[in-house]
Design a protein around this ligand. Sequence first.
Ligand code: IPD
Ligand code: CA
Ligand code: CA
Length: 269
Amino acid sequence: MKSPLDTARAAALVGGQTVARYFREGVEIRNKQSYNLVSDADIHSEQAIVEVIRRDFPDHHLLAEEEHASRTDVEHLWLIDPLDGTNNFAHHIPHFAVSVAYYRDGQPWCGVIHNPLRDDWYVAERGRGATWNGQPVQVAPHQRLDQSLIGVGFYYDRGRMMEATLAALGDFFRAQVHGIRRFGTASLDLCHVAQGMYGAYFEFELSPWDFAAGRLFVEEAGGRVTTCDGAELPLAKTSLLASNGLLHDAALEIARRHLPRREPPSEPN
Ligand code: IPD
Ligand code: CA
Ligand code: CA
C-alpha cells in the first residue's frame, strides 16, 4: 500500500501536468463570482488529482475547491487546491501551483505544493521537516519587522476586507519593513515564509484548501501559523498569519488591529 505522501506527490504531479498543458495551449476563463475566476484547467486538474487519491485510498474524504465538498471532522481527509493562483494563470503570469494535503483526525500529516512551470516541489511531513526540491528549508532568522519582507494576499472582496488589508499594509510600511509583496498564490506565499524569503505573510480570509499544505510546510520549517487574532488555525475559512516565529507577535499586533470583525447576527424583528 502506498503512503499518503507518495500519493500526494503522484496527485500533485498529474494536477501540475494538467494546468501546465492548459497554460501553454490556452483555455477559456469564466467568472465563478465577480473577480473569482475558473477554467477547465481548475476542473480537470481537480479530476486528475482526485482520481489518483481515490485509486489509492478509496474510503478517504476529499475537500477540493471546485467540485468536492466534505466535512472536516473526519479521520482521513485530503484537501486539494487544483490550481492556486488562478488570476495569475488567467493573465499569463507563470506563478501558480497545485496544493495537496492529507490530514488525519484534523491534524496535518503531509503536504505537497508543486509549481509545474518551474518544476518546484515543496514537501512537508509532520515531524519530519520541510524540503524544497529535496533540500531542507528553514524560516528566516530575523527578529524585527524592519529586517523583513512581508507577503500579503487579498481575498476576493472589494469592500471592508480590502480596505482593512490596505490599512494593515500602511502600518507594516510604517513599521519600516523592507517591502511588501503580493504574488497571488497563497500556497507559494506560505512556502516563501518557510524558505526565509518573507518574514511574515498574512491574509484576512483564506479557505482550507489554500493553506492546508502550506501551513504544515511553514511549521516544519520552524515557523508559526495562527489566525490574525492569534488563535489556533481552524480547518475552515479563516484569517491567517504565518511567520518565522520570532516576528509573530509584532506582525500579529498589526494584523489583529485591522482584522475585520464578523458582523453579529442581527436580532429578529
Ligand atoms: C487565491 C490565491 C490568492 C489569495 C486568494 C486565494 P485561487 O486562490 O491563493 O493568492 O489571495 O485569497 O483565493 O482562487 O487562485 O485558487
Ligand atoms: Ca487557492
Ligand atoms: Ca484554486
